[in-house]
Design a protein around this ligand. Structure first.
Ligand code: MG
Length: 357
């Protein structure tokens, strides 16, 4: 068992541009710039995303579109089709949820996953490869993944080998990973702060780690403590609770793959008890009951059922789970199981159905 969390950060590669190229293969290999209309160099607005071929010309996200036009007038300039990107995004997020349980989506093309249940970095790395393959096969796009013992390190890791990268930073490697990186590699350190640091002779994260707290406080105020922790490899933040959690879930990894339905259902029922207690504490009910089964080799299957009335009654949820399990299990040895309750609602279903009349 690892003591620390195993966090994965996934970032799609030049997302908008990649969707455009996927949908119009004639664009592949060309500099593609998604953003405002350049109007032959007089356009206002900025570059949203550009392909790696466009980056060769020095074009990057956030750059004024007129500047991008001057750098490469022959680039293919495309207006963003947000509806299309949002559709692709929700397919990707669904794949991630199916393959890893709870996720924290942080933007249209980025999410954090908690892979602590994988128990080792070797397992987590295989899991990540499966996720990359599923996205490539089902969506036709590549992504870059970082795996590390905290949220921020995972995000920094996913930046390391774009596009189509997979970077794993184990706890023992954290310091050697961090120390040579420029201070700006820490998410949240912008141009201005970086410049102040550089002026003070602090260029790398290693330099920060050797600073004393007072010196950092002068520059970063109350953020200094956290910054020092990050630079010293001590950060351990996992997924953040997103404002509106859409589900509650639990999972269990078997030490030895299980083929015993009694054992599997026993664990699932235990999870139901804990989840129902959580619903009670938060005074909510669930409408959709789902289970996830992962076989050896990360092939995951999920199945869910939506009830007529939201509930948090243990017996009803157990029955639903028994039914789902009977439908989907084909005697294959099971490595991991999960239970998820979604379709969360606050109102008391009985009261509401009464007041409906
Ligand atoms: Mg991206």
């Amino acid at each position: 068992m690892t003591e620390r969390k195993i966090i994965l950060h996934l970032d799609m590669d030049s997302f908008y541009a990649s969707v455009e190229i996927r949908d119009n293969p004639a664009l592949s290999g060309l500099p593609v710039v998604v953003g405002a209309d350049p109007m032959k160099g007089s356009g206002r607005g900025v570059v949203s995303t550009c392909s790696y071929e466009a980056r060769v010309y020095g074009i990057h996200s956030g750059m004024p579109i007129s500047q991008a036009y001057h750098l490469c007038p022959d680039a293919i300039f495309i207006r963003p089709d947000m509806e299309s990107y949002a559709r692709v995004s929700s397919t990707i997020m669904q794949i991630l949820t199916d393959m890893a349980g709870e996720i924290e989506q942080v933007s249209i093309d980025e999410a954090f996953l908690d892979l602590t249940a994988d128990q080792s970095y070797e397992q987590a790395a295989q899991h990540a490869s499966e996720i990359k393959r599923a996205i490539r096969d089902q969506v036709g796009l590549t992504c870059s993944i970082g795996i590390a013992p905290s949220r921020i390190y995972a995000k920094m890791a996913s930046e390391q080998q774009k596009p189509d990268g997979l970077t794993i930073i184990q706890p023992s490697e954290i310091l050697s990973f961090l120390s040579p990186l420029p201070v700006r590699s820490i998410p949240g350190i912008g141009k201005k702060s970086a410049q102040v640091l550089v002026n003070a002779g602090i260029r790398t994260i290693g330099d920060i780690s050797r600073c004393d707290i007072q010196a950092l406080q002068e520059i970063f105020g109350s953020h200094a403590v956290r910054l020092l922790q990050i630079s010293r490899g001590l950060d351990c933040e996992g997924l953040r609770e997103t404002g509106k959690r859409k589900s509650v879930s639990r999972e269990h990894t078997f030490l030895k793959d299980s083929v015993s339905p009694e054992e599997i259902l026993g664990f699932m029922h235990e999870m139901v008890l804990l989840l129902c207690r959580e619903l009670e504490e938060r005074d909510i009910y669930s409408r959709t009951i789902g289970i996830r089964i992962r076989y050896t080799g990360f092939i995951s299957r999920t199945r869910s059922v939506t009830l007529i009335k939201p509930t948090r009654e243990v017996r009803i949820i157990e029955q639903a789970i028994d039914g789902l399990f009977a439908e989907m299990w084909d005697q294959t040895p099971v490595r991991l199981i999960g239970v998820r309750l979604s379709g969360l609602v606050h109102s008391d279903p009985v009261q509401r159905s009464l007041s409906d009349f």
